[in-house]
Ligand binder design. Structure first.
Ligand code: GLU
Length: 538
């Protein structure tokens, strides 16, 4: 299909006025995937011309988020390239040169109108029915020598594009929207260069795209209405007009444009909540594009070989965090233990931090209902940022030093995890040492359950686990407990549930004996003793 040529050059051109949001990330993914699928070049250009809203910090955040997503650029910041610089603030000379060439052909003219005059014109036009609300062309025909004299005298002025009077409709074929046409006679003479000498967005973007040899402009459809204006600039400069592809909007679940109201909308929040970059890229790619209308799991290699513009949809896409979460789980379950541990390391170190801070002996804590659990999970945004630096380094070093032990957690959790921020709460019990934090509901439903004789069950299991002749291995320990239970006439469930609560704190922990195997015998026995003492007074 579309992936016609190696000469494809596309760009992602973020303005560093904020963090990288999901819509921007999707635009970047489409440009990147299109370049890769054609063997073309993916260029990153920072549009930092708005001095009030652009910051270096935002630029760094955007670069970091793109790197996290694994969207490597062929030309741009940190990489260089033949048509740089790649920051608009460093490209002033190219805009000046372009303006000079437009002045030379008469396609640009100076406009001396004051803001007050322009406001008054607009107000007037808005009152008149069907009135033309654009610029009225007041300075179009000022004789050249008069204009030059006023400029020389220091009179403030902008430079405008002279839209040709006889221009027919501006038409272009958008790779997503198809044939698009705008009447040229409603285009006013747009400003190219402001009175302070800075280029407007439309002017800078055209100069850059042309000078950088961009063949396809793939961007959000909020720029669709800018396109006819940009085409007029291309034509005036004599540049080839690229192919445009405008991407559909991303909506929140309520059908409104995705925004902060819907929760996290910036990419790094998802990283900090423990989402996997591969799942993010896959999910965002599906917001407006499809491989075949049905495949959901689309690994990077497939995306970068199969992406095509003709499968981008015109229909607005709906961001569905549940689906993203599901997809995240799919990617996690495909990881081997080593890859999993690389991603899990900070979350496990934080579980360690929680476990260590759990207090001594046994204690009973209130249970969290579903909503509280969800809220708690949402609050875990890179939670380690609050852990003192030195302690944090120690916790990370522990993961690095004992990778083998930490990889032992992988089989316990891999089937029951969808995002990484679930790990601290689910796994803190592995780091309690001899202490135990008992979930209130589990205590009443299991340990204090009438007629269940949980104290006897616990005592029986304790005698098995204390028996040094049984290898400290999950299967052997489980079998020995099972046999002892059978001999004593205790059903496995009634035998194992109290043990689970006394060791892991609740009834829904990861597999019990696999957990026990990971921990030292003396810690397990200490937890059981502390639980018995607290709950049964034994
Ligand atoms: N800098 C513009 C933005 O962040 C993108 C311009 C373009 O893609 O043409 O919206």
């Amino acid at each position: 299909m579309t992936n016609e040529t190696k000469d494809v050059r596309v760009r992602f051109a973020p303005s560093p006025t904020g963090k990288l949001h999901l819509g921007g990330a999707r635009t970047a993914i489409y440009n990147w995937a299109f370049a890769r699928s054609c063997g073309g070049a993916f260029i990153l250009r920072i549009e930092d011309t708005d001095p009030e809203r652009s910051t270096e910090e935002n630029t760094q955040i955007i670069l970091r988020a793109l790197k996290w997503l694994g969207l490597d650029w062929d030309e741009g910041p940190g990489v260089g390239g033949a048509v740089g610089p790649y920051f608009q603030t460093e490209r002033g000379a190219t805009y000046e040169a372009a303006l000079e060439s437009l002045k030379a052909t008469g396609a640009a003219y100076p406009c001396f109108c004051s803001k007050e005059r322009l406001d008054a014109c607009r107000a007037q036009a808005e009152k008149a029915e069907g009135g033309y609300a654009g610029y009225d062309g007041h300075c179009r025909d000022i004789p050249e020598d008069e204009a030059l004299a006023r400029i020389a005298a220091g009179e403030p002025h902008v430079w405008r594009l002279r839209t040709p009077d006889d221009h027919g409709p501006i038409t272009f074929h958008d790779a997503v929207y198809g044939d698009v046409s705008f009447p040229a006679d409603v285009m006013d003479d747009l400003i190219l260069v402001r009175s302070d000498g800075s280029p407007t967005y439309n002017f800078a973007v055209v100069c850059d795209d042309a000078n950088m040899g961009i063949t396809h402009v793939i961007r959000g459809d909020d720029h669709l209405s800018n396109t006819p204006r940009q085409i007029l600039i291309y034509e005036a400069l004599g540049f080839k007009v690229p192919t445009f592809a405008h991407l559909p909007m991303i909506l929140g679940p309520d059908g409104k444009k995705l925004s902060k109201r819907h929760g996290a909308t910036n990419v790094e929040d998802y990283r900090d909540r423990g989402f996997v970059a591969d799942a993010m890229v896959n999910y965002l790619a599906l917001l407006g594009w499809s491989l075949d209308g049905e495949t959901t799991v689309i690994p990077r290699e497939v995306l970068t070989s199969q992406f095509s513009l003709d499968r981008i949809s015109k229909k607005d896409a709906v961001f569905d965090e549940e689906k993203l979460t599901w997809l995240d789980g799919v990617y996690i379950r495909e990881m081997d233990a080593g890859a999993w541990l690389d991603e899990a390391a900070p979350w496990l170190a934080f579980a360690h931090h929680l476990g260590k801070s759990a207090g001594t002996g046994a204690q009973i804590v209130p249970s969290l209902d579903k909503d509280a659990q969800r809220a708690r999970l949402a609050s875990l945004l890179a939670p380690w940022e609050d852990v003192p630096g030195e302690e944090w380094q120690g916790l990370l070093a522990d993961v690095a030093d004992r990778r083998g032990w930490y990889e032992g957690i992988y089989p316990l959790i891999i089937e029951r995890q969808t995002t990484f921020n679930e790990l601290p709460d689910k796994l803190a019990y592995l780091f309690w040492g001899p202490n135990v934090v008992l979930d209130e509901k589990s205590v009443s439903k299991v340990l204090r359950k009438e007629g269940a004789c949980a104290d006897e069950s616990l005592a029986l299991c304790r005698s098995i686990l204390a028996d040094g002749s049984i290898p400290w291995e999950a299967e052997e320990l489980e079998q020995a407990c099972r046999d002892a239970g059978e001999a004593a006439g205790i059903k496995p469930k009634l035998l194992f549930q109290p043990l689970r609560v006394a060791v892991c704190g609740n009834q829904v922990s990861p597999p019990l004996f696999e957990s026990i195997q990971l921990l030292p015998r003396e810690d397990i026995l200490a937890r059981m003793d502390a639980t018995s003492a607290l709950v049964f007074g034994a």
